[in-house]
Design a protein around this ligand. Structure first.
Ligand SMILES: Cc1cc2nc3c(=O)[nH]c(=O)nc-3n(C[C@H](O)[C@H](O)[C@H](O)COP(=O)(O)OP(=O)(O)OC[C@H]3O[C@@H](n4cnc5c(N)ncnc54)[C@H](O)[C@@H]3O)c2cc1C
Length: 452
Protein backbone atom coordinates (compact mmCIF):
# COMPACT_ATOMS: atom_id res chain seq x y z
CA UNK A 1 0.00 0.00 0.00
CA UNK A 2 1.39 3.46 -0.86
CA UNK A 3 1.99 5.99 1.94
CA UNK A 4 -0.62 8.77 1.84
CA UNK A 5 -0.22 12.42 2.83
CA UNK A 6 -2.39 15.50 2.88
CA UNK A 7 -0.70 18.85 2.33
CA UNK A 8 -1.53 22.37 1.25
CA UNK A 9 1.00 22.15 -1.57
CA UNK A 10 2.90 19.33 -3.26
CA UNK A 11 6.12 20.45 -4.97
CA UNK A 12 7.54 18.24 -7.72
CA UNK A 13 11.35 18.47 -7.94
CA UNK A 14 13.91 19.57 -5.35
CA UNK A 15 16.13 21.75 -7.51
CA UNK A 16 16.49 25.42 -6.58
CA UNK A 17 13.03 26.28 -7.95
CA UNK A 18 11.23 23.58 -5.95
CA UNK A 19 13.16 24.11 -2.75
CA UNK A 20 12.63 27.88 -2.85
CA UNK A 21 8.89 27.49 -3.49
CA UNK A 22 8.60 25.00 -0.63
CA UNK A 23 10.55 27.22 1.76
CA UNK A 24 8.51 30.34 1.00
CA UNK A 25 5.23 28.43 1.36
CA UNK A 26 6.24 26.79 4.62
CA UNK A 27 7.38 30.18 5.96
CA UNK A 28 3.75 31.25 5.43
CA UNK A 29 2.52 28.28 7.47
CA UNK A 30 1.51 26.14 4.49
CA UNK A 31 2.08 22.41 4.80
CA UNK A 32 4.31 21.22 1.98
CA UNK A 33 5.58 17.90 0.60
CA UNK A 34 8.47 17.97 -1.91
CA UNK A 35 8.83 14.89 -4.15
CA UNK A 36 12.23 14.47 -5.79
CA UNK A 37 13.09 11.70 -8.28
CA UNK A 38 16.81 11.62 -7.49
CA UNK A 39 18.39 10.40 -4.27
CA UNK A 40 19.74 13.91 -3.67
CA UNK A 41 18.48 17.49 -3.79
CA UNK A 42 19.84 20.22 -6.11
CA UNK A 43 18.85 18.91 -9.55
CA UNK A 44 21.13 20.58 -12.11
CA UNK A 45 23.26 21.70 -9.16
CA UNK A 46 25.33 18.77 -7.97
CA UNK A 47 28.02 19.38 -5.39
CA UNK A 48 30.11 16.32 -4.65
CA UNK A 49 33.05 15.80 -2.29
CA UNK A 50 36.41 14.81 -3.80
CA UNK A 51 38.38 12.02 -2.16
CA UNK A 52 39.89 14.59 0.29
CA UNK A 53 36.40 15.92 1.10
CA UNK A 54 36.72 19.19 -0.90
CA UNK A 55 33.40 20.04 -2.55
CA UNK A 56 33.24 20.46 -6.34
CA UNK A 57 30.34 21.34 -8.60
CA UNK A 58 29.49 18.89 -11.38
CA UNK A 59 26.64 21.11 -12.59
CA UNK A 60 25.87 24.83 -12.23
CA UNK A 61 28.40 26.72 -10.13
CA UNK A 62 28.76 30.41 -10.96
CA UNK A 63 26.76 33.45 -9.86
CA UNK A 64 26.69 36.92 -11.41
CA UNK A 65 26.77 40.00 -9.15
CA UNK A 66 23.16 40.78 -10.14
CA UNK A 67 21.88 37.35 -9.06
CA UNK A 68 20.25 38.97 -6.05
CA UNK A 69 17.70 36.24 -5.30
CA UNK A 70 20.26 33.46 -4.85
CA UNK A 71 22.60 35.83 -2.97
CA UNK A 72 19.71 36.62 -0.61
CA UNK A 73 19.15 32.89 -0.03
CA UNK A 74 22.88 32.43 0.58
CA UNK A 75 22.71 35.15 3.24
CA UNK A 76 19.59 33.57 4.82
CA UNK A 77 21.57 30.35 5.23
CA UNK A 78 24.89 31.96 6.15
CA UNK A 79 26.69 30.64 3.07
CA UNK A 80 29.55 32.76 1.63
CA UNK A 81 30.69 33.26 -1.92
CA UNK A 82 34.12 34.02 -3.37
CA UNK A 83 35.49 35.44 -6.60
CA UNK A 84 36.50 33.17 -9.47
CA UNK A 85 40.29 33.21 -9.94
CA UNK A 86 41.16 35.49 -12.89
CA UNK A 87 44.77 36.57 -12.24
CA UNK A 88 47.34 35.71 -14.88
CA UNK A 89 47.22 35.17 -18.62
CA UNK A 90 44.30 33.65 -20.46
CA UNK A 91 44.87 31.49 -23.53
CA UNK A 92 43.24 31.31 -26.93
CA UNK A 93 44.25 28.45 -29.19
CA UNK A 94 43.64 28.84 -32.90
CA UNK A 95 44.76 26.09 -35.30
CA UNK A 96 47.57 24.98 -33.01
CA UNK A 97 48.75 28.54 -32.33
CA UNK A 98 48.52 29.64 -28.69
CA UNK A 99 47.85 33.30 -27.96
CA UNK A 100 48.39 34.57 -24.42
CA UNK A 101 46.50 37.64 -23.26
CA UNK A 102 45.23 39.46 -20.20
CA UNK A 103 42.01 41.40 -19.75
CA UNK A 104 38.93 40.81 -21.88
CA UNK A 105 40.22 40.88 -25.41
CA UNK A 106 42.24 38.06 -26.97
CA UNK A 107 45.12 38.92 -29.30
CA UNK A 108 43.37 38.27 -32.56
CA UNK A 109 43.15 40.63 -35.52
CA UNK A 110 41.79 44.08 -34.61
CA UNK A 111 39.20 43.59 -37.36
CA UNK A 112 37.88 40.48 -35.59
CA UNK A 113 37.83 42.29 -32.23
CA UNK A 114 35.99 45.32 -33.61
CA UNK A 115 33.42 43.27 -35.53
CA UNK A 116 32.74 41.04 -32.50
CA UNK A 117 32.19 44.17 -30.41
CA UNK A 118 29.79 45.51 -33.06
CA UNK A 119 27.87 42.22 -33.18
CA UNK A 120 27.52 42.30 -29.38
CA UNK A 121 26.32 45.89 -29.53
CA UNK A 122 23.71 44.97 -32.16
CA UNK A 123 22.41 42.11 -30.00
CA UNK A 124 22.29 44.32 -26.89
CA UNK A 125 20.39 47.02 -28.81
CA UNK A 126 17.81 44.55 -30.14
CA UNK A 127 17.47 42.93 -26.71
CA UNK A 128 16.61 46.31 -25.13
CA UNK A 129 13.34 46.15 -27.10
CA UNK A 130 12.38 42.77 -25.59
CA UNK A 131 10.19 43.09 -22.45
CA UNK A 132 11.71 40.65 -19.98
CA UNK A 133 8.37 39.64 -18.43
CA UNK A 134 6.73 38.98 -21.84
CA UNK A 135 9.28 38.69 -24.70
CA UNK A 136 6.50 37.66 -27.11
CA UNK A 137 5.07 41.19 -26.90
CA UNK A 138 8.16 42.88 -28.40
CA UNK A 139 7.22 44.95 -31.46
CA UNK A 140 9.50 42.81 -33.67
CA UNK A 141 8.84 39.55 -31.77
CA UNK A 142 7.28 37.74 -34.77
CA UNK A 143 10.16 38.67 -37.06
CA UNK A 144 12.86 37.71 -34.54
CA UNK A 145 11.07 34.48 -33.63
CA UNK A 146 10.95 33.44 -37.31
CA UNK A 147 14.76 33.63 -37.47
CA UNK A 148 17.29 31.28 -35.93
CA UNK A 149 20.45 32.31 -34.13
CA UNK A 150 22.40 30.50 -36.87
CA UNK A 151 20.72 32.72 -39.48
CA UNK A 152 21.69 35.83 -37.56
CA UNK A 153 25.28 34.69 -36.97
CA UNK A 154 25.79 34.26 -40.71
CA UNK A 155 24.85 37.91 -41.11
CA UNK A 156 26.57 39.23 -37.99
CA UNK A 157 29.41 40.82 -39.93
CA UNK A 158 32.10 39.20 -37.75
CA UNK A 159 35.38 39.05 -39.67
CA UNK A 160 38.06 36.36 -39.70
CA UNK A 161 37.50 32.66 -39.09
CA UNK A 162 38.74 32.69 -35.49
CA UNK A 163 36.47 35.66 -34.72
CA UNK A 164 33.44 33.77 -36.05
CA UNK A 165 34.46 30.49 -34.38
CA UNK A 166 34.98 32.17 -31.03
CA UNK A 167 31.65 33.98 -31.09
CA UNK A 168 29.75 30.90 -32.35
CA UNK A 169 31.27 28.79 -29.56
CA UNK A 170 30.37 31.36 -26.92
CA UNK A 171 26.73 31.45 -28.08
CA UNK A 172 26.64 27.65 -28.48
CA UNK A 173 27.77 27.53 -24.85
CA UNK A 174 24.59 29.38 -23.86
CA UNK A 175 22.15 27.15 -25.73
CA UNK A 176 24.15 23.96 -26.47
CA UNK A 177 21.90 22.89 -29.35
CA UNK A 178 22.35 23.43 -33.08
CA UNK A 179 22.06 27.21 -33.36
CA UNK A 180 20.02 26.80 -36.58
CA UNK A 181 17.34 25.27 -34.36
CA UNK A 182 17.21 28.04 -31.75
CA UNK A 183 15.05 31.15 -32.09
CA UNK A 184 16.81 34.50 -32.30
CA UNK A 185 14.06 35.85 -30.03
CA UNK A 186 15.09 33.34 -27.36
CA UNK A 187 18.67 34.66 -27.50
CA UNK A 188 17.46 38.27 -27.28
CA UNK A 189 15.23 37.34 -24.32
CA UNK A 190 18.20 35.66 -22.60
CA UNK A 191 20.38 38.73 -23.19
CA UNK A 192 17.67 40.99 -21.79
CA UNK A 193 17.19 38.71 -18.79
CA UNK A 194 20.89 39.06 -17.91
CA UNK A 195 21.50 42.69 -18.89
CA UNK A 196 23.85 42.24 -21.88
CA UNK A 197 25.53 39.55 -23.94
CA UNK A 198 28.85 40.65 -22.40
CA UNK A 199 27.47 39.81 -18.93
CA UNK A 200 26.68 36.26 -20.06
CA UNK A 201 30.18 35.76 -21.48
CA UNK A 202 32.21 37.45 -18.71
CA UNK A 203 33.83 36.42 -15.48
CA UNK A 204 34.46 39.80 -13.85
CA UNK A 205 31.16 41.66 -13.45
CA UNK A 206 29.53 38.80 -15.37
CA UNK A 207 27.84 35.43 -15.07
CA UNK A 208 31.02 33.62 -14.00
CA UNK A 209 32.18 36.10 -11.33
CA UNK A 210 31.36 34.25 -8.09
CA UNK A 211 31.48 30.73 -6.72
CA UNK A 212 29.84 29.38 -3.56
CA UNK A 213 31.91 28.26 -0.55
CA UNK A 214 31.10 24.63 0.02
CA UNK A 215 29.73 24.37 -3.54
CA UNK A 216 26.59 25.68 -5.21
CA UNK A 217 24.62 22.78 -3.72
CA UNK A 218 25.36 23.82 -0.15
CA UNK A 219 22.51 26.36 -0.06
CA UNK A 220 20.10 23.78 -1.56
CA UNK A 221 21.14 21.26 1.08
CA UNK A 222 20.52 23.76 3.89
CA UNK A 223 17.07 24.63 2.51
CA UNK A 224 16.28 20.91 2.34
CA UNK A 225 17.53 20.44 5.92
CA UNK A 226 15.27 23.27 7.06
CA UNK A 227 12.30 21.50 5.41
CA UNK A 228 13.15 18.22 7.16
CA UNK A 229 10.85 15.27 6.46
CA UNK A 230 8.82 17.31 3.99
CA UNK A 231 11.44 16.48 1.33
CA UNK A 232 11.07 12.94 0.00
CA UNK A 233 13.94 11.62 -2.15
CA UNK A 234 13.85 8.79 -4.72
CA UNK A 235 10.24 9.76 -5.29
CA UNK A 236 9.68 10.13 -9.04
CA UNK A 237 6.22 11.49 -9.76
CA UNK A 238 4.37 9.34 -12.29
CA UNK A 239 0.94 10.97 -12.36
CA UNK A 240 -0.90 14.15 -11.40
CA UNK A 241 -4.67 13.94 -11.19
CA UNK A 242 -6.90 16.97 -10.62
CA UNK A 243 -10.35 16.29 -9.15
CA UNK A 244 -12.52 19.10 -7.81
CA UNK A 245 -10.43 21.22 -5.47
CA UNK A 246 -7.70 18.57 -4.89
CA UNK A 247 -4.66 17.55 -6.85
CA UNK A 248 -3.36 14.01 -6.34
CA UNK A 249 0.36 13.54 -6.97
CA UNK A 250 1.42 9.90 -7.19
CA UNK A 251 4.88 8.27 -7.25
CA UNK A 252 3.63 4.69 -6.88
CA UNK A 253 4.95 4.48 -3.30
CA UNK A 254 3.68 7.87 -2.13
CA UNK A 255 0.39 9.60 -2.81
CA UNK A 256 0.01 13.26 -1.87
CA UNK A 257 -3.38 14.93 -1.87
CA UNK A 258 -2.93 18.72 -1.97
CA UNK A 259 -4.78 21.92 -2.72
CA UNK A 260 -2.09 22.98 -5.23
CA UNK A 261 0.94 21.47 -6.94
CA UNK A 262 4.08 23.25 -8.13
CA UNK A 263 5.81 21.36 -10.94
CA UNK A 264 9.46 22.38 -11.37
CA UNK A 265 10.84 19.65 -13.66
CA UNK A 266 12.62 20.65 -16.92
CA UNK A 267 9.76 21.21 -19.45
CA UNK A 268 10.45 18.14 -21.62
CA UNK A 269 10.26 15.92 -18.52
CA UNK A 270 6.73 17.12 -17.73
CA UNK A 271 5.63 15.05 -20.76
CA UNK A 272 6.57 11.91 -18.85
CA UNK A 273 4.13 12.62 -16.05
CA UNK A 274 0.60 11.29 -16.76
CA UNK A 275 -1.74 14.24 -16.25
CA UNK A 276 -5.46 13.68 -15.73
CA UNK A 277 -7.06 15.71 -17.20
CA UNK A 278 -4.38 15.60 -19.89
CA UNK A 279 -2.28 18.65 -20.64
CA UNK A 280 -3.86 20.75 -23.39
CA UNK A 281 -2.37 20.33 -26.89
CA UNK A 282 -0.72 23.74 -26.99
CA UNK A 283 1.14 23.05 -23.73
CA UNK A 284 2.22 19.63 -25.04
CA UNK A 285 3.57 21.29 -28.20
CA UNK A 286 5.51 23.78 -26.08
CA UNK A 287 7.09 21.04 -23.94
CA UNK A 288 7.89 18.82 -26.96
CA UNK A 289 9.83 21.72 -28.42
CA UNK A 290 11.51 22.87 -25.20
CA UNK A 291 14.46 20.51 -25.28
CA UNK A 292 17.91 21.11 -23.88
CA UNK A 293 21.14 20.28 -25.69
CA UNK A 294 24.32 18.31 -24.99
CA UNK A 295 27.08 19.71 -22.81
CA UNK A 296 29.89 18.06 -20.88
CA UNK A 297 31.43 19.53 -17.78
CA UNK A 298 34.62 17.75 -16.80
CA UNK A 299 36.40 18.51 -13.53
CA UNK A 300 40.12 17.89 -13.68
CA UNK A 301 41.59 17.90 -10.19
CA UNK A 302 45.26 18.45 -9.19
CA UNK A 303 47.00 18.62 -5.80
CA UNK A 304 47.33 22.37 -6.30
CA UNK A 305 46.42 24.99 -8.93
CA UNK A 306 49.95 24.84 -10.40
CA UNK A 307 49.00 27.01 -13.40
CA UNK A 308 48.62 30.04 -11.13
CA UNK A 309 52.35 30.00 -10.20
CA UNK A 310 53.15 29.67 -13.91
CA UNK A 311 51.27 32.91 -14.61
CA UNK A 312 48.09 31.39 -16.08
CA UNK A 313 44.55 32.17 -14.97
CA UNK A 314 43.25 28.74 -16.00
CA UNK A 315 40.87 30.43 -18.46
CA UNK A 316 41.34 29.14 -22.00
CA UNK A 317 39.36 28.68 -25.21
CA UNK A 318 39.82 26.47 -28.26
CA UNK A 319 36.62 26.21 -30.32
CA UNK A 320 35.86 22.67 -31.47
CA UNK A 321 38.45 21.00 -29.18
CA UNK A 322 37.99 18.41 -26.42
CA UNK A 323 38.27 21.29 -23.92
CA UNK A 324 36.49 24.15 -25.68
CA UNK A 325 36.45 26.39 -22.62
CA UNK A 326 38.27 26.01 -19.31
CA UNK A 327 37.99 27.96 -16.08
CA UNK A 328 39.72 27.74 -12.72
CA UNK A 329 37.08 26.19 -10.44
CA UNK A 330 39.29 25.61 -7.39
CA UNK A 331 37.75 25.98 -3.92
CA UNK A 332 38.21 29.29 -2.09
CA UNK A 333 41.14 27.84 -0.12
CA UNK A 334 43.02 27.28 -3.41
CA UNK A 335 43.51 23.63 -2.63
CA UNK A 336 43.13 21.33 -4.45
CA UNK A 337 43.42 22.86 -7.93
CA UNK A 338 40.39 22.31 -10.14
CA UNK A 339 40.02 23.07 -13.83
CA UNK A 340 36.47 22.93 -15.16
CA UNK A 341 36.49 22.00 -18.84
CA UNK A 342 33.44 22.34 -21.09
CA UNK A 343 32.28 21.26 -24.54
CA UNK A 344 28.97 22.27 -26.03
CA UNK A 345 26.39 21.01 -28.53
CA UNK A 346 27.75 18.95 -31.44
CA UNK A 347 31.28 19.05 -29.98
CA UNK A 348 30.01 17.54 -26.71
CA UNK A 349 28.15 14.85 -28.64
CA UNK A 350 31.25 13.97 -30.63
CA UNK A 351 33.42 13.81 -27.48
CA UNK A 352 30.89 11.66 -25.67
CA UNK A 353 30.85 9.14 -28.52
CA UNK A 354 34.58 8.41 -27.97
CA UNK A 355 35.77 5.56 -25.84
CA UNK A 356 36.19 6.76 -22.21
CA UNK A 357 40.01 6.34 -22.25
CA UNK A 358 40.33 8.17 -25.59
CA UNK A 359 38.10 10.96 -24.32
CA UNK A 360 40.16 11.38 -21.16
CA UNK A 361 43.38 11.43 -23.22
CA UNK A 362 41.91 14.07 -25.59
CA UNK A 363 40.96 16.37 -22.70
CA UNK A 364 44.30 15.92 -20.91
CA UNK A 365 46.33 16.43 -24.10
CA UNK A 366 44.46 19.67 -24.75
CA UNK A 367 45.13 20.87 -21.18
CA UNK A 368 48.81 19.83 -21.28
CA UNK A 369 49.31 21.78 -24.52
CA UNK A 370 47.98 24.86 -22.71
CA UNK A 371 49.24 24.58 -19.12
CA UNK A 372 52.25 22.27 -19.41
CA UNK A 373 52.97 18.57 -18.71
CA UNK A 374 51.64 18.63 -15.12
CA UNK A 375 48.17 19.08 -16.58
CA UNK A 376 48.40 15.55 -18.02
CA UNK A 377 48.62 14.01 -14.54
CA UNK A 378 45.48 14.84 -12.57
CA UNK A 379 44.60 13.30 -9.22
CA UNK A 380 40.93 12.98 -10.22
CA UNK A 381 38.95 13.27 -13.45
CA UNK A 382 35.18 13.64 -13.12
CA UNK A 383 32.98 13.73 -16.20
CA UNK A 384 29.28 14.58 -16.35
CA UNK A 385 27.36 14.25 -19.60
CA UNK A 386 24.27 16.09 -18.43
CA UNK A 387 22.03 15.26 -21.35
CA UNK A 388 22.27 11.57 -20.48
CA UNK A 389 21.13 12.22 -16.89
CA UNK A 390 17.71 10.60 -16.57
CA UNK A 391 16.18 13.48 -14.59
CA UNK A 392 17.72 16.37 -16.54
CA UNK A 393 18.45 15.35 -20.14
CA UNK A 394 20.09 18.48 -21.41
CA UNK A 395 22.10 21.50 -20.57
CA UNK A 396 21.99 24.01 -19.16
CA UNK A 397 18.39 24.89 -19.96
CA UNK A 398 15.77 24.20 -22.62
CA UNK A 399 16.08 26.18 -25.84
CA UNK A 400 13.16 27.09 -28.04
CA UNK A 401 13.13 26.68 -31.84
CA UNK A 402 11.77 29.44 -34.08
CA UNK A 403 8.02 30.04 -33.78
CA UNK A 404 7.52 28.64 -30.28
CA UNK A 405 8.09 31.58 -27.92
CA UNK A 406 5.63 33.89 -29.69
CA UNK A 407 2.94 31.19 -29.93
CA UNK A 408 3.26 29.39 -26.62
CA UNK A 409 5.54 31.55 -24.41
CA UNK A 410 2.78 32.74 -22.04
CA UNK A 411 2.07 29.09 -21.09
CA UNK A 412 5.53 28.73 -19.54
CA UNK A 413 4.25 30.08 -16.25
CA UNK A 414 0.48 30.08 -16.67
CA UNK A 415 -1.16 27.67 -14.15
CA UNK A 416 -3.05 24.63 -15.41
CA UNK A 417 -5.99 24.53 -12.99
CA UNK A 418 -4.42 23.68 -9.59
CA UNK A 419 -0.97 23.06 -11.04
CA UNK A 420 1.54 25.92 -10.98
CA UNK A 421 4.86 25.89 -12.82
CA UNK A 422 8.31 26.92 -11.71
CA UNK A 423 11.84 26.14 -12.86
CA UNK A 424 14.48 28.22 -14.54
CA UNK A 425 12.80 27.77 -17.94
CA UNK A 426 9.74 29.61 -16.59
CA UNK A 427 11.78 32.50 -15.21
CA UNK A 428 12.16 35.96 -16.68
CA UNK A 429 14.99 37.84 -14.91
CA UNK A 430 18.08 35.56 -14.84
CA UNK A 431 16.34 33.14 -17.23
CA UNK A 432 18.24 29.83 -17.42
CA UNK A 433 20.39 30.46 -14.34
CA UNK A 434 20.24 29.35 -10.71
CA UNK A 435 19.01 32.83 -9.80
CA UNK A 436 16.17 32.44 -12.34
CA UNK A 437 15.21 29.11 -10.75
CA UNK A 438 15.05 30.74 -7.30
CA UNK A 439 12.97 33.65 -8.62
CA UNK A 440 10.57 31.25 -10.35
CA UNK A 441 10.08 29.35 -7.08
CA UNK A 442 9.29 32.62 -5.32
CA UNK A 443 6.84 33.60 -8.07
CA UNK A 444 5.00 30.25 -7.92
CA UNK A 445 4.78 30.45 -4.11
CA UNK A 446 3.41 34.00 -4.35
CA UNK A 447 0.77 32.88 -6.90
CA UNK A 448 -0.49 30.24 -4.48
CA UNK A 449 -0.37 32.50 -1.43
CA UNK A 450 -2.41 35.07 -3.28
CA UNK A 451 -5.11 32.48 -3.97
CA UNK A 452 -5.24 31.19 -0.40
C1 LIG B 1 26.58 21.71 -16.51
C2 LIG B 1 25.71 22.87 -16.10
C3 LIG B 1 26.32 24.06 -15.80
C4 LIG B 1 25.55 25.14 -15.40
N1 LIG B 1 26.18 26.27 -15.01
C5 LIG B 1 25.50 27.25 -14.40
C6 LIG B 1 26.17 28.30 -13.73
O1 LIG B 1 27.41 28.31 -13.65
N2 LIG B 1 25.41 29.28 -13.16
C7 LIG B 1 24.04 29.25 -13.22
O2 LIG B 1 23.40 30.17 -12.68
N3 LIG B 1 23.37 28.23 -13.79
C8 LIG B 1 24.07 27.22 -14.36
N4 LIG B 1 23.41 26.15 -14.90
C9 LIG B 1 21.94 26.17 -14.93
C10 LIG B 1 21.37 25.89 -13.54
O3 LIG B 1 21.95 24.71 -13.05
C11 LIG B 1 19.86 25.75 -13.64
O4 LIG B 1 19.32 26.96 -14.15
C12 LIG B 1 19.15 25.50 -12.30
O5 LIG B 1 19.88 24.63 -11.49
C13 LIG B 1 17.76 24.94 -12.60
O6 LIG B 1 17.07 24.71 -11.39
P1 LIG B 1 15.56 24.19 -11.45
O7 LIG B 1 15.13 24.01 -10.07
O8 LIG B 1 14.79 25.06 -12.36
O9 LIG B 1 15.64 22.80 -12.22
P2 LIG B 1 16.41 21.37 -11.79
O10 LIG B 1 17.61 21.76 -11.04
O11 LIG B 1 16.50 20.64 -13.03
O12 LIG B 1 15.34 20.78 -10.79
C14 LIG B 1 14.29 19.96 -11.22
C15 LIG B 1 14.22 18.75 -10.31
O13 LIG B 1 13.12 17.93 -10.70
C16 LIG B 1 13.50 16.57 -10.54
N5 LIG B 1 12.59 15.76 -11.34
C17 LIG B 1 12.54 15.59 -12.68
N6 LIG B 1 11.50 14.80 -13.02
C18 LIG B 1 10.87 14.47 -11.87
C19 LIG B 1 9.73 13.68 -11.55
N7 LIG B 1 9.00 13.06 -12.48
N8 LIG B 1 9.39 13.54 -10.24
C20 LIG B 1 10.09 14.15 -9.26
N9 LIG B 1 11.18 14.90 -9.50
C21 LIG B 1 11.56 15.08 -10.80
C22 LIG B 1 14.95 16.54 -10.98
O14 LIG B 1 15.63 15.42 -10.47
C23 LIG B 1 15.46 17.86 -10.39
O15 LIG B 1 16.00 17.69 -9.10
C24 LIG B 1 24.14 25.04 -15.32
C25 LIG B 1 23.53 23.82 -15.62
C26 LIG B 1 24.30 22.75 -16.00
C27 LIG B 1 23.62 21.43 -16.25
Amino acid sequence: MPERFDADVCVVGAGYAGLTAARRLSQEAKTVVVLEARDRVGGRIWTQPLSDGSPVDRGGAWLAPKHEAIFALAREFDVSTYKTWVKGSHLLIDKGRTRRYTGLIPKISPLAVVTIALAQLKLDRMAKHVPVEAPWTARRAEEWDRRSIGWWLERSGIRTEIGRDLFEMAVRGLFTGDLNDVSLLHLLFLVRAHGSIGTLFSIEDGSQENMVEGGAGSIAQRIADSLGDAVRLSAAVRSITQRGDRVIVDTGDLVVSARHAVVTVPPALALEIAFDPVLPDDRMTLYRNAVAGPETKTLVVYDEPFWRADGFSGQSAEPGSAAEVTLDASPASGSPGVIASFTFGSVAKHLDALDQAVRRRSVLDALAARFGPRAALPAEFIETAWWTEEWTRGCSMAHLPPGILTRYGPLLHEPFRLVHWAGTETSTTSHGAIDGAVRSGERAAAEILQLA
